[in-house]
Design a protein around this ligand. Structure first.
Ligand code: HPA
Ligand code: ZN
Length: 320
């Protein structure tokens, strides 16, 4: 029932690194972890806000050293996503987070892409890769990394903007998005997760994004909600993430049902499933239970994920 065929549009591949794989990769790479065992690591998964999660997310990435590490992480995600009913995924990777640790672009992009190439045949999941840029680092660095990705013909279809939102508004990244647009890339950005609703407007008006990741703070501005409905701007919503990072007070107070009722193009996504207590099917399950969503509402959410994707018209037709 919860395994509706759907697309996942908001997924950070590094956020799929499960504790077991962290220990496995640490052992393989001769890295000593600051946790004695799985339980000690799992005890860290209590977050109070976005930054408290990002601290652990970036620390755990240290185990990703080789192409094989990135490939194994990607394979594990795709196997789990297939079981969740995901038939198309547009996943983000954070190249700057790896460059900062001395891991080359070829290693992270090559490792992930090597598995995406066989994903449709092996898992029945079509894929697209989005390079996400860290908004808490300088725009010039992001633009330089994008230029490198373009020069090496990295198999990316778009760019995104993630990491610590408050105090790092979309308006700081206009040159990055101009470069990406000129290169024919799709444009998405996290906005209105913890940040104010006018960051969503900036992403639309200054970065000219095709989709907004999260966007839940639009609730503070009814005119913006009306605009998102009128222009059918997709919002990639991540309920369990919002609860675990305390971006909402509780699942019961999550705005997704209201946004759905008002006709916005909202979809259900897992964001960083290894950290937030579940994959797409788990997100659908808690929504269904909490809000008593009926089959038509669930079908609409799944359909929205497909129409909001960057898949080809042929692929969309297959999935709808
Ligand atoms: N928000 C912002 N940046 C991120 C996230 C998120 O949920 N996950 C990974 N980077
Ligand atoms: Zn995210």
């Amino acid at each position: 029932m919860s395994k509706l065929p759907c697309a996942e549009l908001h997924l950070h591949i590094e956020g799929t690194l499960e504790p077991e794989l962290i220990f496995e990769l640490a052992a393989r790479n001769g890295i000593e972890l600051p946790y004695a065992d799985l339980d000690e690591l799992r005890a860290r998964y209590e977050f109070t806000d976005l930054q408290s999660f990002l601290d652990l997310y970036y620390a755990n990435m240290d185990v990703l050293r080789t192409e094989a590490d990135f490939a194994d992480m990607t394979r594990a995600y795709l196997a789990r996503a297939a079981a969740a009913g995901v038939r198309h995924v547009e996943l983000m990777v954070d190249p700057q987070a790896h460059l900062a640790r001395g891991v080359a672009l070829e290693t992270c992009i090559g490792g992930v892409a090597s598995v995406l190439e066989i994903s449709e045949a092996e898992y029945g999941i079509s894929t697209a890769l989005i390079a996400a840029f860290l908004r808490d680092r300088p725009e010039e660095e992001a633009s330089g990394v994008l230029a490198e990705l373009l020069a090496m013909k990295a198999p990316i279809i778009g760019i995104g903007l993630d990491s610590a939102e408050l105090g790092n508004p979309p308006e700081n990244f206009v040159p990055l998005y101009e470069q990406a647009r000129a290169a024919g890339l799709k444009l998405v950005a996290h906005a209105g997760e913890e940040g104010p609703s006018h960051y969503i407007e900036q992403a639309l008006d200054l970065l000219l994004v095709d989709r907004i990741d999260h966007g839940i703070r639009c609730m503070d501005d009814p005119e913006l909600v009306a605009r998102l409905e009128r222009d059918q701007i997709p919002l990639t919503i991540c309920p369990l993430s919002n609860v675990r990072l305390q971006a909402v007070d509780s699942l019961e107070s999550h705005p997704l049902p209201l946004l759905l009722e008002q006709g916005l193009n909202v979809s259900v996504n897992s964001d960083d499933p290894a950290y937030f207590g579940g994959y797409v099917d788990d997100n659908f399950a808690v929504l269904r239970e909490t809000f008593d969503l009926n089959p038509a509402q669930l079908a609409r959410l799944a359909e929205n994920s497909i129409t909001a994707s960057f898949a080809s018209d042929e692929r969309k037709a297959e999935l709808l």
